[in-house]
Design a protein around this ligand. Structure first.
Ligand code: PXP
Length: 247
């Protein structure tokens, strides 16, 4: 069964607007877990725009499922990961001005640096994933640096869906590309995850890629929760994933 990781960064985005401790990300993580989330994801960005360093330590104490830390290949953040010891990390590219992670990491062109970070994290018992675009060469580079997993960036898939749903040529092409790259991921013995821009409308088609281990979904669930509550938002996404993969 494809698992659901819920990214709760935007609960912290809301909290940061008033600088206090409400809404609590610890409480949010508990509700997500109670509602069927298989893991909790946070992105500790260099600019600390939502998740703060202390949040990672606090979540490490309270998360009972799995804690997944998204992070740039940055020395300070690697140090925090090594001391907080999340279950998984996902190494992502990061730009200060971006609204969200815009593309996958160019692993091919920074193999040495990434290999040494992957080595240190794995040695600490952390499962290491790399966020990449759907590109076979990047998959091979991830295997070379001995990552455990890749997360395929589904941003374009989500973007192309917005126009004409699953009927558009661009959407079908992107889904096919993700499928082909997924086969390469599995062939190379890596765990396959996917995420970015996934929502209640576009989740159905990507569920057909049975080899996916886990989706990481943030914005759509947290935004939906404003109207339904977090428990219903998570449960509904979980139901959609379960229903569509068994078809
Ligand atoms: N996966 C990765 C690696 C990400 O950087 C993000 C955004 O933080 C997500 C998944 C979740 O994306 P979204 O918030 O669009 O669901």
């Amino acid at each position: 069964m494809i698992k659901l990781g819920v990214n709760i960064d935007h609960v912290a985005t809301l909290r940061q607007t008033r600088g206090g401790c409400f809404p609590s990300i610890i409480e949010a993580a508990k509700i997500c877990e109670k509602s069927g989330a298989d893991s909790i994801t946070v992105h500790l960005r260099e600019d600390r725009r939502h998740i703060q360093s202390q949040d990672v330590y606090d979540l490490r104490e309270s998360v009972k499922s799995k804690l997944n830390l998204e992070m740039a290949a940055n020395e300070e953040i690697v140090r925090i990961a090594l001391s907080a010891k999340p279950d998984f990390v996902c190494i992502v590219p990061e730009k200060r001005q971006e609204l969200t992670t815009e593309g996958g990491l160019d692993v091919k062109n920074q193999k040495n640096n990434l290999a040494s970070i992957v080595y240190k994290l794995k040695k600490a018992g952390i499962v290491v994933s790399i966020f990449i675009d759907a590109d076979k060469d990047q998959v091979l580079a991830c295997r070379e640096i001995e990552a455990d997993a890749v997360e395929i960036h589904t941003g374009k898939y989500a973007e192309f869906f917005k126009g004409n749903g699953s009927d558009s040529f661009k959407f079908k092409e992107e889904l096919k590309k993700i499928y082909e790259v997924s086969q390469e991921v599995i062939k190379n013995g890596l765990i396959l995850n996917a995420g970015h821009g996934l929502d209640y409308d576009n989740i159905e088609q990507i569920c057909k890629i049975y080899d996916i281990n886990e989706f990481n979904i943030g914005f759509s669930i947290v935004a939906k929760s404003l109207f339904t509550g977090l428990e219903v938002a998570v449960k509904n996404m979980k139901k959609l994933i379960d229903r569509n993969q068994s078809n």
